[in-house]
Ligand binder design. Structure first.
Ligand code: ZN
Length: 284
């Protein structure tokens, strides 16, 4: 058991929380489903992912992000619901994740970056893979295939994956608005949801997302969403390769939330410090 699981167990009451106490929508955040030779926080191997979905479907009612938000808006939610999301639009979402999700009957929302789909650039973390000739992200044709898989919905994750708070007003507006237009045009479907790259967002970003016509936006603030939730900063729970059956079940119960909340406060402070000095500049 790793140190995070031990801390999560320590922070948890002795008995498992009652269903009622867990009522609300927990949105899981994934990135890549593939096998790499080393640990990567954004990567969950397919076998581990299948194991997590088995635990998930055994313990929770799983819904699409849209249905989960609809249930929350309707008010009294007496049971815990879970929705699954993926960020950055990796090719493995189609090749590895989609068949496993379908097998378990789990819907998913995938947030894509237009420049990545154009194959113009890749997420900086995987630049080395791209220079080796490997395709990292879904192209538009592959994205259309993914969008056609029952239960899948595509959302926007900007044009170029910048730290939004460091951009000028006009640059930030374009990232939010034009990505929505572009993805909708490529898919021939409306784009209802937005995802802030790296969770970097403030008041201006939430206003831009609302003005662009999205229904809601997901953040990286941890915890579950309850009635009266903030629809421009929907909370999410990151899942990693370290989440074996036990750790994953604890995560669904919210045992990691206090620890994640502390880390989140630290991250928000860092974003605020960096964006104060850089607004108007370009992405680092
Ligand atoms: Zn991202």
């Amino acid at each position: 058991m790793d140190i995070r699981t031990i801390l999560a167990c320590a922070a948890r009451p002795l008995t498992a929380p009652a269903e009622r106490a867990l009522a609300g929508l927990r949105v899981l955040m994934y990135h890549r489903i593939t096998t790499l030779p080393h640990y990567d926080q954004l990567v969950v191997p397919p076998e581990r992912f299948a194991q997590q979905l088995a635990v998930l479907t055994r313990r929770r009612r799983v819904v699409s992000l849209a249905d989960g938000l609809r249930a929350l808006r309707a008010g009294a939610l007496r049971e815990p619901l879970v929705a699954v999301t993926f960020d950055d639009g990796y090719l493995d979402n189609l090749e590895e994740a989609a068949p496993i999700l379908q097998r378990h009957g789990v819907p998913a929302t995938v947030f894509v970056t237009a420049d990545f789909c154009d194959q113009r650039t890749v997420h900086p973390r995987y630049a080395h893979a791209a220079t080796g000739g490997g395709q990292v992200h879904l192209n538009w044709q592959q994205l259309r295939r993914l969008a056609d898989v029952p239960g899948f919905e595509i959302g926007s994750h900007t044009l170029s994956h910048p730290y939004l708070q460091r951009l000028s007003d006009e640059q930030a507006r374009k990232e939010v608005q034009l990505s929505r237009d572009r993805i909708a045009q490529e898919l021939g479907k409306p784009v209802r949801f937005f995802c802030y790259p790296s969770g970097d967002m403030g008041q201006r970003e939430r206003e831009l997302v609302a003005a662009a016509g999205y229904d809601a936006a997901v953040s990286v603030a941890p915890g579950r969403n309850r009635p009266g939730f903030d629809r421009w900063a929907i909370r999410r729970t990151e899942v990693t390769a370290r989440d074996d059956e036990r750790a994953f079940a604890l995560k669904l119960d919210g045992a990691f939330d206090p620890m994640h909340a502390l880390l989140h406060v630290r991250r928000q402070r860092r974003f605020a410090r960096l964006s104060a000095g850089q607004r108007g500049g370009t992405r680092p």
